[in-house]
Design a protein around this ligand. Sequence first.
Ligand code: CU
Ligand code: CU
Length: 483
Amino acid sequence: MKISFKLFSLLMAISILISACGGGAKSETTSGAAPSGKTVEYTLLTNMADGQMAFFGVGGGVDGVKNPTLSANVGDTVKITLTSGDGVEHDVSFPDFNAYSEHISGKGSSTTLEFVPDRPGKFTYNCVVAGHKEAGMIGTFEVTGTALNNTNSAPASNTVTTSGPVVVNNPATTGADVVRDPTEIPARIPVRDPRTVRIDLEAVEIEGQLADGTTFTYWTFNGKVPGPFFRVRVGDTIEVHMKNLTNSTMAHSVDFHAVTGPGGGAVMTQTPPGEETMFTAKALNPGLYVYHCATPMVAQHIANGMYGLILVEPEEGLSPVDREFYVMQGEIYTAEAFGSTGHLTENVQALLNENPEYLVFNGAVGGLTAQKPLKANVGETVRIFFGVGGPNFTSSFHVIGEIFDRVYDQASLTSPALTNVQTTLVPPGGATIVEFGLEVPGNFILVDHALARLQRGLAGFLVVEGPENPEIIDGTVMPGSGH
Ligand code: CU
Ligand code: CU
């Protein structure tokens, strides 16, 4: 069941890609045909089907057809009525003809769009709300006849080819703080019997601060990246309540890797805006597990910030340490190059190409350096719960100037820990637990040792205070070295 759900998503993604590639505009330069004076009318209803968004035809030859092929002649007045069947914000647009409807939201709301196609060819129509085209809202628009005699007969004017994202210097923008404080972790679980633990998740789409002067529309669990850290004991039953805010533009859901069953809960939690879903599941296996949104396109929901960790403690619990921290790595795909200011737009094509502009710990550039560094003292032991949301990049997790005394490889708590490790691999949808003692003070830097990613935002600080320990490290900083 889990396999077929994921396979389904994959097939949908592939079919969307194919249909998105099929609509090249054929230009014709023949002069002639005047507007026909004829009107072609279609009614489309927005709705969810199998976790995908779609347009459904209403009436006529397209009644009930998902993303029906619409057709007209050059010069016809095309009149499209769009009605909301799902209450989610949508529009219908024919980008090749620069025709965009008003946005509608709220079940039953409706808008009408009129335009006159001026050239024949096979085009596409889609919803322009971020991510909706990729989530399934795309169809074919066929125009027959001869191009009208005007200068506009060139292929789609909005098809611009560039050699890649460029730095854009728009006026600085400020948004919400989406950085999860790395110390926001529930306390260790004392030895106790299994019980039911309630987990409240809320899908929040929010304009957040990505970097200095730069904002991005995040999709989050509970307003921060990553989502809340949950802590249960093996044998506990989790009761998951998944709420999606009314102002959301997307359906959202949650797949817990700690859960045994279809979609890890995702099948039961596909939640439209303004609604709430619930499921219960037993935590059978101890370990540290990723959870993430699993609404198609899943990679897009993850890239926009929808991931977190849940710790399932073994019966005897974890050993005590002085400090615990919660860090997750993710990629952000924007149309504008790294370092741009203003509000950046997501770039689904870059996501499909696995070509991110930003890589971040806990959601934003500077999140765990300038803003919320990890802090500890000499003589203490620390434990870092580290996970990768991704969706695409494996992390070579390393702390500059430290050696991990213990690594719970792949976040397995039932295998013996590795000892004395410099760098540990963490795949997307995976996690690790590292522990180490602090012998000397200083600024230790958390990185993915694929260090080019440091230049795209991926760094965190562990600031350690206390007395120097020259027996362990000593020396003189050379004058003029900049230190
Ligand atoms: Cu839409
Ligand atoms: Cu989502």
